[in-house]
Write a protein that binds this ligand. Structure first.
Ligand code: AMP
Length: 188
């Protein structure tokens, strides 16, 4: 199985590249951000609780997210070729729980792909996306908060995967196709 973590700051292109990786390698997509936005749209109790954090640019509590991912992974078809985790893990605690879960299922993670993009470019991309995304968190104040949270709480996940020897840094600047070629070369 090819179990990939696509990683990087908000706006680095995780979602866009996930779609291309899935097409090429036939993987199943797990985006915690998307799963939560669906819960918010459906106005479930989980969605309402999650929205309190998301709209302020904060991370949703680890326990909530780990439950969502554990349920999703356990419902996978037996013939699934692999998974792409998009937006998860975002804390070292989540990473440790993911490793336990996947190792326990005999489906270990393969690699974390760290898409690297400068903050200046990220802010510009997210503000452009905010004009059409309708997302409560794509505005300047919340974007800055999300980038802060990323720097303090999420970047340590990189070191964790480096220590497991499952880490690949990719330059995230360039066209969608150029970035995808770099990822594909790494995965091959
Ligand atoms: P995303 O679509 O990945 O940018 O996620 C949007 C928002 O959902 C984030 O800013 C967080 O508030 C929340 N979120 C998504 N994934 C996670 C996660 N793994 N841990 C905590 N919060 C998350």
């Amino acid at each position: 199985m090819l179990n990939i973590i696509i990683f990087g700051a908000p706006g680095c292109g995780k979602g866009t590249q996930s779609v291309l990786i899935i097409e090429k390698f036939g993987l199943k997509h797990f985006s915690t951000g998307e799963l939560l936005r669906k819960e918010i749209e459906a106005k479930t109790a989980l969605g309402m609780e999650a929205d309190k954090y998301i709209s302020k640019g904060n991370l949703v509590p680890d326990e909530m997210i780990i439950d969502v991912i554990t349920n999703a992974v356990q419902q996978l078809d037996a013939d699934c070729k692999g998974i792409i985790f998009d937006g998860f893990p975002r804390t070292v605690k989540q990473a440790e729980e993911l490793e336990k879960l996947m190792n326990g299922l005999g489906k270990p993670t393969t690699v974390l792909i760290d898409l690297q993009v400068s903050n200046r470019e990220l802010i510009s991309r997210l503000l452009t996306r905010g004009k059409t995304s309708g997302r409560s968190d794509d505005n300047l104040e919340t974007i800055k908060k999300r980038l802060d949270v990323y720097a303090t709480k999420t970047t340590p996940v990189n070191e964790y995967y480096q220590s497991l020897n499952k880490y690949a840094a990719i330059d995230g600047l360039g066209t969608v196709e150029e970035v995808f070629e770099r990822i594909e070369a790494k995965l091959r």
